[in-house]
Write a protein that binds this ligand. Sequence first.
Ligand code: SAM
Ligand code: GLN
Length: 286
Amino acid sequence: MTIQTAFTHIVTSLEPIQGQREAANIAHIVMEYVTGMSKMDRIVYKERELTTEQTSQLTAAVKALLAHEPVQYVIGSSWFYGMELLVNPHVLIPRPETEELVEWIVQDIRTAQLSQPQILDIGTGSGAIPLAIKKELPQAHVQAVDVSKGALQTAKDNAVKQQLDVTFELVDILNKTAWTHLPMFDIIVSNPPYICQRESADMQEQVVSYEPSLALFVPDDDALLFYREIGWMGKEKLKNGGALYFEINEAFGTETAALLEGMGYLEVEIKKDLFGKDRMVKGVWK
Ligand code: SAM
Ligand code: GLN
């Protein structure tokens, strides 16, 4: 099989389930992964034959993709904030909306001219949030926690790969005794699980069947559980003037904001994502 026929093979295989445009996007990603060649080189060398090893890699990839496995898990990486991060089924594939949350925090820190902010990310998954913050603000002290050992290992591997100094720790944030030892922070950020089981019927198969349930679904269908618990934690662990930043379920913007206001947070603000949906909430602790 040549590079050109391999590309066409991926597109025709995936077209029925992904549509032409997405099938072509995925085919480019898979071809880069299999050949290690840039798009330009793949055009120049389109008649070059794949090796036996490359052909079997491609066959395995197409099989996984036809079973709706996300292409990021198939190739083992995903882009976030200009970094190529390792991903696997222990971690959520970082989303573009979450880049907007990082952007908000980075802007606020720059505006406030905080020189060495102490930052905590709760439920870090691949480490996307703390690594992006540390990359933008090298002088920040960044810590991150997760309850999943597999996620923490992936996050640590990503920190090594990106050569960024972030501290990772296994902590169940729903268990107070597990976090009392943590220091005080200027900023606590979290993109916690926020989907209720009943919403799973409306979700894409590639998300529900492959991404970790621990990352997606909130226990007991209690949509605000993590916001309430982290809100309480913030009251003890945020410095005066410190802030809490959350990614939220688009259906609960008003409720999450009201919850934080009820707990005494000030300057509570909801922000929409690029798709126009309520996606982030901030509250200041004074
Ligand atoms: N921060 C990553 C991102 O934005 O791509 C991952 C977010 S994912 C929606 C939620 C994360 O919270 C998962 O990595 C999951 O393992 C973690 N998590 C779930 N329950 C937790 C708990 N009780 N304590 C700490 N982390 C938890
Ligand atoms: N935004 C993700 C999705 O729609 C879920 C992230 C989360 O639960 N925090 O699949």
